[in-house]
Write a protein that binds this ligand. Structure first.
Ligand code: EPU
Length: 325
């Protein structure tokens, strides 16, 4: 079954949100007791932007086997499912997410180790924090991973988004990705079998990355440490520390989105508790109690100003998912 067939199966879904307690009960019979299941999990706590309504059924599978069982159960019962990483690039609408939300954050998905076949390769789980991968690589004197230090996500989300910073992106490091394919088989795909571009890897919108082998180059620990410190300093001086989902828009070809928003005079523009950061124009921040609809409203105001004043159609980089309230 390929992803278009899955979309077709899910388009015929008859799932309604009032069946969610039964879905949780059924999954708890199928999965091992080490997997975590929560009914009506509030997702605001699972995102760095701190907004979003509840997930009907929130699953943290304990193993690849439980992950496969979860997806197979959803497919067989035509229940929609969504995978989230650390929620650092997500804007979840106030109505939350219908169906099953899966997060690969249990210890079995957080592994990071040096390959026994190649000392320049790190084998990492989708739930490994990028910061931990950067620190591990530094301690193993492996260069190339320094830019990951400041990205507040996990590997799975970074692969899905081809996350980047400091002139590099995750697919510059990828040797292979371990993917749960839409037919619920897990395969290792080499990087030349995967297409990706700036801030996107489309095959991972339905396929689920469960891990990856990342290739570095031999380096000196001191040089790596120095590079990590300088990227950290650059980030602290140019990006806000308030809750955000990172850059809101992809950079258009002609001008960085942050520079454009700055030039449009939109820094500080607010809708309720959501506002454009005064530090960096491409960050929108939560000043405390913002709702998703306030963020969506603010995003539309920015897009409309860019369109009216410069004819530029800004495309969101953050992923906007879930149901309206
Ligand atoms: N700029 C302004 N005003 C602003 C913000 C930026 O004039 O308010 C100017 C800067 O002075 C610079 C240019 O715009 O000349 C680009 O800014 P910056 O160096 O901050 O980089 P960016 O293109 O805005 C990209 C990534 C970031 C990544 C940084 C650092 C995208 C959409 N953004 O930002 O990634 O951290 O480079 O490497 O590609 C993310 O993906 O979530 C993200 C934050």
């Amino acid at each position: 079954m390929d992803s278009s067939m899955i979309d077709s199966v899910l388009s015929k879904s008859t799932y309604t949100r009032n069946e969610s307690a039964e879905v949780v009960a059924e999954l708890s019979r199928i999965l091992s007791p080490d997997s975590d299941l929560t009914h009506n999990q509030l997702l605001a706590k699972k995102t760095t932007l701190r907004v979003g309504g509840p997930a009907d059924c929130f699953v943290k599978p304990a193993s690849e086997s439980d992950l496969c069982k979860t997806v197979a159960f959803c497919l067989n019962n035509r229940i929609p499912w969504t995978v989230i990483g650390r929620g650092s690039n997500l804007l979840i609408r106030d109505g939350g997410i219908a169906g099953v939300v899966i997060q690969l954050s249990k210890p079995n998905f957080q592994y990071i180790h040096v390959s026994s076949d190649n000392p320049l390769h790190l084998i990492c789980g989708a739930g490994a924090r990028l910061k931990n991968i950067a620190n591990f690589a530094r301690d193993a004197s492996l260069a190339g991973f320094e830019f990951l230090e400041g990205i507040p996500g996990v590997l799975g989300g970074a692969l899905r988004m081809n996350a980047g910073a400091m002139g590099s992106e995750i697919f510059n490091l990828v040797h292979s990705v371990r993917v749960l394919q839409p037919n619920t088989e897990i395969v290792d795909l080499s990087v030349d079998q995967i297409s990706y571009r700036y801030r996107s890897c489309a095959m991972l919108s339905r396929g689920i990355a469960v891990g990856a082998t990342l290739a570095g180059v031999a380096g000196s620990r001191d040089d790596i440490e120095e590079k990590m410190k300088s990227s950290n300093a650059k980030r602290w001086s140019s990006q806000p520390t308030a809750p955000s989902a990172g850059c809101t828009f992809k950079n258009p070809d002609t001008i960085p989105a942050g520079k454009l928003i700055d030039q449009l005079g939109l820094k500080g523009l607010a809708v309720g508790d959501a506002s454009v950061s005064d530090v960096h124009g491409n960050f929108i921040i939560n000043n405390g109690g913002a709702s998703a609809s306030e963020f969506l409203n603010l995003i539309e105001k920015i897009r409309s100003s860019a369109r009216l004043n410069h004819g530029i159609e800004l495309e969101t980089e953050i992923q906007i998912i879930g149901e309206p309230q």
